[in-house]
Design a protein around this ligand. Sequence first.
Ligand SMILES: Nc1nc2c(ncn2[C@@H]2O[C@H](COP(=O)(O)OP(=O)(O)OP(=O)(O)O)[C@@H](O)[C@H]2O)c(=O)[nH]1
Ligand SMILES: [Zn+2]
Length: 227
Amino acid sequence: MLAKEAVIVRDALDPSISEPAQRVREALEAKGLETPMVANGLTDEQKRKRIESAMRDVMDTLGLDLTDDSLCDTPTRIAKMYVNEIFGGLDYRKFPKITAIENKMQIDQPVQVSDISLTSTCEHHFVTIDGTATVSYIPKDTVIGLSKINRLVGFFAQRPQVQERLTQQVLVALQTLTNTEDVAVSINATHYCVKARGIRDTNSYTKTSALGGRFLTDNELKREFFR
Ligand SMILES: Nc1nc2c(ncn2[C@@H]2O[C@H](COP(=O)(O)OP(=O)(O)OP(=O)(O)O)[C@@H](O)[C@H]2O)c(=O)[nH]1
Ligand SMILES: [Zn+2]
């Protein structure tokens, strides 16, 4: 078996990946925070075809009638949903367009976006993670468009995830894009692999956070963020 490094095909020179997306990917790789991925060279259309066929197998194996008019299109729907929607964040060509402006206003206080809706997918069971994210940063030389923070959370949420990695990925992405370490991210989420199966706990939820720069060292800032 080949070493993992040997089978990773880098598409570093792919011109369809924007420069900010490229920088974020490199930062995540450098920190060992990138989602484990192997570039297989498949187009989206080829991915949908393969997933559709695999889902047909799954449903057939479960004994479902694929000629039923309610079930017959499910493999196609799942293939579209995986590639175009809930796992679209595996493809850096879909990285959000980031609008940043020079910090002429000299803002030096935290800019916080609270309660960003977040749905993701647990990478252990492929079921839903449902929660909210709060993101704060202290601008240095650039100010980023507010909605771009929601979009960044959305991009990384649209991957098979563990909550801890998702939290860190948003932190590093925002640090890279705003050129400052002073970023804080927290996520509260319900995992349907805990709620709807397994232990079937319908009450518990999971809190994670990732702090950088002054959010780590300044207790007042930290307190303010978690309030
Ligand atoms: N740390 C972490 N664990 C997660 C996350 N999402 C799911 N898990 C856990 O992943 C673990 C997988 O454990 P396994 O024992 O391999 O799987 P399982 O037999 O289905 O486990 P149970 O859920 O306990 O039935 C479970 O404890 C899940 O709760 C996450 O975002 N972060
Ligand atoms: Zn799970």
